[in-house]
Design a protein around this ligand. Sequence first.
Ligand SMILES: Nc1ncnc2c1ncn2[C@@H]1O[C@H](COP(=O)(O)OP(=O)(O)O)[C@@H](O)[C@H]1O
Ligand SMILES: [Mg+2]
Length: 216
Amino acid sequence: MEGLNEMISIINLEKAIKKKKVLSDITVNFEKGKIYGIFGKNGSGKTMLLRAIAGLIYPSKGEIKINDLVLHQDISFPKSMGILIENMELLPQYDAFDNLKILSRIQKKANDEEIDTSIKRVGLNDVRGLKIKKYSLGMKQRLNIAQAIFESPEIILLDEPTNAIDDEGIKLVQSLLVEEKNRGATIIIASHHHDEFLPICDKVMYMVDGKIRNEN
Ligand SMILES: Nc1ncnc2c1ncn2[C@@H]1O[C@H](COP(=O)(O)OP(=O)(O)O)[C@@H](O)[C@H]1O
Ligand SMILES: [Mg+2]
């Protein structure tokens, strides 16, 4: 039956900024429990598309449905979403646990043990008490990934998740995302590194000039 497993449904999405179409003609569905890769060159519109799905920008045309609820109409944001997007700020004067603990007060979905587990899952071991300002870029990125998954959201949006992460970390992130998929999460990864995520993606799409050029 059509629509049964659709978590995110995008219909004729267009986003224009100062007359320039940064997204156009985007019609695509994302099903529950699958990993999607969105690849494309810098400036092709990957971040913009993730921001649109997250409810962070208003479409100029078209609509985005999350579980059949229309964004900016029925809901402001996807109800259960974890997101990693550029320019995210961790609190530098706190450690990893406290950063996630502070975030957990918003949704109240993760307990202390789940916070600890997610920090370990991204390979940050023995970091209790270590302030974020002492972290390397790669460690921060790992914590950003922990932040996106720690409340077991239905939708996980990751923008260039492997930035600054070493090969070992990339493998860890890959297997962690497969685990998240297996519990039923819908995962969308935007990356200009085609090779890194290809092995775990159920479906990949390429963006060129704000359009999805092809899917396979
Ligand atoms: N705040 C903004 N104002 C105007 N144009 C923007 C803004 N952010 C991004 N763009 C433009 O939107 C297009 C897509 O950008 P982006 O989604 O960041 O690409 P990608 O993530 O694929 O590198 C680019 O042409 C970029 O210059
Ligand atoms: Mg980008």
